[in-house]
Design a protein around this ligand. Structure first.
Ligand code: FES
Length: 109
Protein backbone atom coordinates (compact mmCIF):
# COMPACT_ATOMS: atom_id res chain seq x y z
CA UNK A 1 0.00 0.00 0.00
CA UNK A 2 1.32 3.48 -0.85
CA UNK A 3 2.69 5.83 1.79
CA UNK A 4 1.86 9.55 1.68
CA UNK A 5 4.19 11.91 3.57
CA UNK A 6 2.71 15.26 4.63
CA UNK A 7 3.56 17.62 7.49
CA UNK A 8 5.90 15.11 9.10
CA UNK A 9 3.26 12.36 9.02
CA UNK A 10 3.36 9.12 7.06
CA UNK A 11 -0.06 7.83 6.03
CA UNK A 12 -0.67 4.44 4.47
CA UNK A 13 -3.58 4.33 2.02
CA UNK A 14 -5.23 2.28 -0.68
CA UNK A 15 -3.77 2.60 -4.18
CA UNK A 16 -6.07 4.87 -6.20
CA UNK A 17 -7.37 6.78 -3.17
CA UNK A 18 -7.96 10.51 -3.59
CA UNK A 19 -5.16 12.45 -1.91
CA UNK A 20 -7.42 15.08 -0.30
CA UNK A 21 -9.57 12.34 1.22
CA UNK A 22 -6.54 10.40 2.46
CA UNK A 23 -5.22 13.48 4.27
CA UNK A 24 -8.59 14.46 5.71
CA UNK A 25 -9.23 10.96 7.03
CA UNK A 26 -5.82 11.14 8.73
CA UNK A 27 -6.86 14.39 10.43
CA UNK A 28 -4.63 16.55 8.24
CA UNK A 29 -5.89 19.64 6.44
CA UNK A 30 -4.68 20.38 2.94
CA UNK A 31 -6.27 23.84 3.07
CA UNK A 32 -4.79 27.05 4.48
CA UNK A 33 -6.62 29.46 6.78
CA UNK A 34 -10.14 30.39 5.70
CA UNK A 35 -10.07 27.93 2.83
CA UNK A 36 -10.53 25.19 5.41
CA UNK A 37 -14.22 26.11 5.36
CA UNK A 38 -14.44 28.03 2.08
CA UNK A 39 -13.72 25.35 -0.48
CA UNK A 40 -15.56 23.30 -3.09
CA UNK A 41 -15.42 20.08 -1.05
CA UNK A 42 -13.29 18.28 -3.58
CA UNK A 43 -15.00 19.13 -6.86
CA UNK A 44 -11.86 20.59 -8.42
CA UNK A 45 -13.30 24.06 -8.90
CA UNK A 46 -12.03 26.28 -6.06
CA UNK A 47 -8.31 25.56 -6.35
CA UNK A 48 -7.64 25.88 -2.62
CA UNK A 49 -6.30 22.35 -2.20
CA UNK A 50 -3.25 23.04 -4.38
CA UNK A 51 -0.13 21.17 -3.31
CA UNK A 52 3.33 20.29 -4.54
CA UNK A 53 3.61 16.55 -5.03
CA UNK A 54 6.56 14.30 -5.68
CA UNK A 55 5.66 10.70 -6.38
CA UNK A 56 3.38 8.38 -8.29
CA UNK A 57 0.12 10.05 -9.27
CA UNK A 58 -2.36 10.27 -12.14
CA UNK A 59 -2.05 12.82 -14.92
CA UNK A 60 -3.80 16.16 -14.20
CA UNK A 61 -7.51 16.06 -15.00
CA UNK A 62 -9.07 18.49 -17.48
CA UNK A 63 -10.95 20.23 -14.66
CA UNK A 64 -7.73 20.56 -12.68
CA UNK A 65 -5.78 21.97 -15.63
CA UNK A 66 -8.55 24.51 -16.21
CA UNK A 67 -8.62 25.64 -12.57
CA UNK A 68 -4.84 25.87 -12.31
CA UNK A 69 -4.75 28.05 -15.43
CA UNK A 70 -6.76 30.77 -13.65
CA UNK A 71 -5.07 33.27 -11.26
CA UNK A 72 -3.91 33.32 -8.61
CA UNK A 73 -2.63 29.98 -9.81
CA UNK A 74 0.08 29.78 -12.44
CA UNK A 75 0.07 26.68 -14.63
CA UNK A 76 3.87 26.88 -14.75
CA UNK A 77 4.12 26.49 -10.94
CA UNK A 78 3.74 22.72 -11.22
CA UNK A 79 1.14 22.45 -8.46
CA UNK A 80 -1.65 19.87 -8.37
CA UNK A 81 -5.09 19.86 -6.77
CA UNK A 82 -5.19 17.29 -3.97
CA UNK A 83 -8.83 16.52 -4.71
CA UNK A 84 -7.92 15.50 -8.27
CA UNK A 85 -4.92 13.32 -7.38
CA UNK A 86 -5.20 9.57 -7.18
CA UNK A 87 -2.41 8.07 -5.10
CA UNK A 88 -0.72 5.52 -7.35
CA UNK A 89 2.35 4.97 -5.15
CA UNK A 90 4.49 6.56 -2.46
CA UNK A 91 4.44 10.35 -2.52
CA UNK A 92 5.68 13.40 -0.66
CA UNK A 93 3.24 16.31 -0.43
CA UNK A 94 3.96 19.92 0.53
CA UNK A 95 1.57 22.82 1.03
CA UNK A 96 2.69 26.34 0.13
CA UNK A 97 1.45 29.55 1.80
CA UNK A 98 -1.49 31.59 0.51
CA UNK A 99 -5.27 31.11 0.59
CA UNK A 100 -5.05 28.79 -2.42
CA UNK A 101 -1.65 27.39 -1.44
CA UNK A 102 -0.40 29.08 -4.57
CA UNK A 103 2.65 30.91 -3.18
CA UNK A 104 5.41 28.56 -4.22
CA UNK A 105 7.60 31.68 -4.62
CA UNK A 106 7.84 32.18 -0.84
CA UNK A 107 8.27 28.60 0.30
CA UNK A 108 10.78 28.68 3.20
CA UNK A 109 12.74 25.71 1.81
S1 FES B 1 -11.12 21.24 -2.80
FE1 FES B 1 -11.67 22.71 -4.29
S2 FES B 1 -10.30 22.32 -5.91
FE2 FES B 1 -9.82 20.77 -4.47
Amino acid sequence: MPIVEFCGERIECERGATLRTVLREAGLDVHNGGSTTLNCRGHGTCGTCAVAVDGNQNEPTNREQLRLSVPPHDPEAGLRLACQIYVEGDMVVRKHPGFWGQRADCDPE
